[in-house]
Design a protein around this ligand. Structure first.
Ligand SMILES: NC(=O)C1=CN([C@@H]2O[C@H](COP(=O)(O)OP(=O)(O)OC[C@H]3O[C@@H](n4cnc5c(N)ncnc54)[C@H](O)[C@@H]3O)[C@@H](O)[C@H]2O)C=CC1
Ligand SMILES: O=C([O-])CC(=O)C(=O)O
Length: 332
């Protein structure tokens, strides 16, 4: 067996945490032959609940789980960790946009950036889930200057999973037969779910999704708004935001980082823009990436038509506004 991987999950006493702790412990992310030491962080008033989660994960008798550390101290939670799922943050309620959470949540990510900088391994891979995820990830990286900023990413994998599922349902094929759906930009209702480069496996071959579905009005209309508004639809139905599907997407995202992407496949995640596709440099923009040896590369030179350009610019503008608001909130 390999050396144990130290994995921190923040907000571990919350909704997403309840599914995520089990999934990470089960071996699906870091591999069945890689033991994990789970570092679970939540705030002091939640320590009773967190201890219950810790008892339950032990009672799951998961062969991969070597130890569980449950704490309200970021210095303990981030000590020598290899990977972090930063989930702990306030969720939105019905009628809110995710950016309405900025004022409440961004300071958590400033403080956690500072704590990661001091206590985590410099090689730590940090996935930000707490909303607004892209901008929180940017702030977290900014306050952890000793950790390479490429090690930070924001989750748009749930949007990708949602988009793939919509298309698979429309075609009556398994979700694994839809590939290379792209989520551009912000994890918000301005995101652009783009199918122009996606393929579906139908009648024994991979064909462009546009050719398989043959309904441009749907693909450029209802499909996009369904994915953009799916988080809000779940909140309206559950009166709570997505949790099981968010935990699954967080595992998919970290697995892609840890184990790489298969040949010919790309996945979407929020990463620092290098100006690719004329996006504003320095914001955490969701791009299609491939990953090898735990390093991501933006997929280059995909053709972008006028329809896509307009949508990519709208979400970029929102990310710039959020960045400016977040930087000034952190100076207060
Ligand atoms: N990027 C994405 O695709 C998604 C993001 N989210 C976001 O994830 C976040 C968590 O959602 P839920 O688990 O449903 O919320 P929740 O309210 O059930 O759990 C959040 C947990 O975080 C804890 N927490 C708060 N401040 C903390 C801090 N400073 N350090 C450690 N823990 C802290 C809370 O005590 C609570 O236990 C929300 O911001 C939500 O909007 C949710 C779904 C998808
Ligand atoms: O919608 C929300 O607030 C939670 C979330 O980010 C999602 O489900 O995509």
């Amino acid at each position: 067996m390999a050396e144990p991987v130290r994995v921190c999950i923040t907000g571990a006493a919350g909704q997403i945490g309840y599914s995520l702790v089990y999934m990470v412990g089960s071996g699906v992310v870091f591999g069945n032959d890689t033991p994990v030491i789970l570092h679970l962080l939540d705030i002091s008033p939640m320590m009773g609940v967190l201890n219950g989660v810790s008892m339950e994960v032990n009672d799951c008798a998961l062969p991969n789980v070597r130890d569980v550390v449950a704490t309200d101290d970021p210095a303990v939670a981030f000590k020598d960790i290899d990977a972090a799922f930063l989930v702990g943050a306030m969720p939105r309620k019905e009628g809110m946009e995710r950016k309405d959470l900025l004022a409440a949540n961004v300071k958590i990510f400033k403080a956690q950036g500072q704590a990661l900088d001091q206590h985590a391994k410099k090689s730590v891979k940090v996935l930000v889930v707490g909303n607004p995820a892209n901008t929180n990830a940017l702030i977290c990286a900014k306050y952890a200057p000793s950790i390479p900023r490429e090690n930070f990413s924001a989750m748009t994998r749930l949007d990708q999973n949602r988009a793939q599922t919509q298309i698979a349902g429309k075609l009556g094929i398994p979700v694994s037969d839809v590939k290379n759906v792209i989520i551009w930009g912000n994890h918000s209702s301005t995101q652009f779910p783009d199918l122009r480069h996606a393929t579906a496996h139908v009648n024994g071959q991979d064909v462009p999704v546009y050719d398989a579905i043959k309904d441009d009005a749907y693909l450029k209309g209802e499909f996009i708004t369904t994915v953009q508004k799916r988080g809000a639809a779940v909140i309206a139905a559950r009166k709570l935001s997505s949790a099981m599907s968010a935990a699954k997407a967080a595992c998919d995202h970290m697995k892609s980082i840890w184990q790489g992407t298969p040949e010919g496949h790309f996945v979407s995640m929020g990463v620092f823009s290098d100006g690719s596709y004329n996006t504003p440099e320095g914001v955490m923009y969701s791009f299609p990436v491939t990953i090898q040896d735990q390093k991501w590369s933006i997929v280059k030179d995909l053709p972008i038509d006028d329809f896509a350009r307009e949508k990519m610019d709208i979400t970029a503008k929102e990310l710039c506004e959020e960045r400016d608001d977040a930087i000034s909130a952190c100076q207060d």
